[in-house]
Design a protein around this ligand. Structure first.
Ligand code: HEM
Ligand code: HEM
Length: 216
């Protein structure tokens, strides 16, 4: 069997059981952590007094932001290759439609935010190149050929789009997390279990009940 068929078979064995595959699960949690970190760094860096610290924060912000773009492309490719599991969250009705719309909007924001950030950097012609994950140099978008007036306009539009994206994320994340918690604690269904890493029962592990001091 070809490698991609093997990988698909492995992943589909999870999605058929109503769970995301471990690759889907890790994409979700690594990106969720990076996106929250990114919102926090973005917020504090713009409010810091001018100085070395501020520049370092801008650099970190751009490096992580570009990594989010790469991860989002890989994750979207993975999602096209392996469809989502069908679970209790897919019950017909407006809630599942809203959930799917939120997921697509997230993907849109994962592209809009880094691209507008990259455009901002490119419009101010950075002295240092941008680096993906702090390692791979990324060239600026070709705005240096524009007149200073147009460069200013690009910067202004890109900044506006970036802030729009931030507002979108800040609105969608609490809705998404709130809906997940409602599924788990109110409806008590399998939605959140589906995106959590699987904790395997180790058959070799000693039976902890033998340590029960009451002996029951
Ligand atoms: C998912 C990815 C990203 C998120 C969630 C994010 C989030 C943020 C936030 C919360 C702010 C502060 C907005 C404000 O309070 O005015 C900000 C500003 C900024 N971000 Fe990002 N960002 C992302 C990606 C990027 C990337 C990849 C770059 C550059 C390559 C970048 C460059 C900037 C710059 C230059 C600012 C300052 C804008 C200003 O001074 O108004 N961002 N970002
Ligand atoms: C910045 C934070 C987060 C972002 C951007 C985010 C984004 C996403 C996206 C795009 C999906 C669609 C699945 C995929 O394409 O991989 C998803 C699914 C999911 N997320 Fe999040 N997520 C975040 C945080 C959380 C948190 C904190 C929780 C739990 C409390 C959570 C619970 C879920 C659940 C349960 C699903 C599966 C929904 C279903 O089966 O229909 N997410 N998330």
């Amino acid at each position: 069997m070809k490698l991609h068929n093997l990988i698909r078979k492995w992943a589909v064995s999870y999605t058929n059981a109503g769970k995301y595959s471990p690759i889907g699960v890790w994409f979700h949690w690594i990106m969720a952590a990076l996106v929250l970190f990114q919102l926090w760094v973005g917020w504090i860096m713009t409010r810091r007094p001018v100085g070395g610290d501020k520049l370092d924060a801008y650099e970190l912000h751009s490096e992580i932001g570009l990594s989010i773009l790469l991860l989002a492309i890989l994750r979207f490719g993975w999602r096209l290759f392996i469809p989502d599991p069908i679970n209790d969250a897919d019950a017909p009705g407006w809630q599942s439609k809203a959930a799917h719309l939120t997921h697509y909007l997230f993907y849109g924001l994962f592209a809009l935010l880094p691209l507008s950030g990259w455009a901002m950097w490119s419009a101010i012609q950075p002295v240092e190149p941008l680096r993906l994950a702090g390692i791979v140099p990324i060239p600026p978008m070709p705005f240096h050929t524009l007149s200073p007036g147009w460069q200013y306009r690009v910067l202004d539009w890109a900044e506006w789009l970036h802030v729009l994206g931030v507002i979108g994320l800040a609105a969608l994340v609490p809705l998404h997390v709130g809906a997940a918690l409602k599924h788990h604690f109110w409806d008590r269904d399998d939605t959140v279990i589906g995106i959590l890493p699987e904790i395997q029962d180790d058959p070799e592990a000693p039976d902890h009940r033998q340590y029960n001091p009451t002996g029951v």
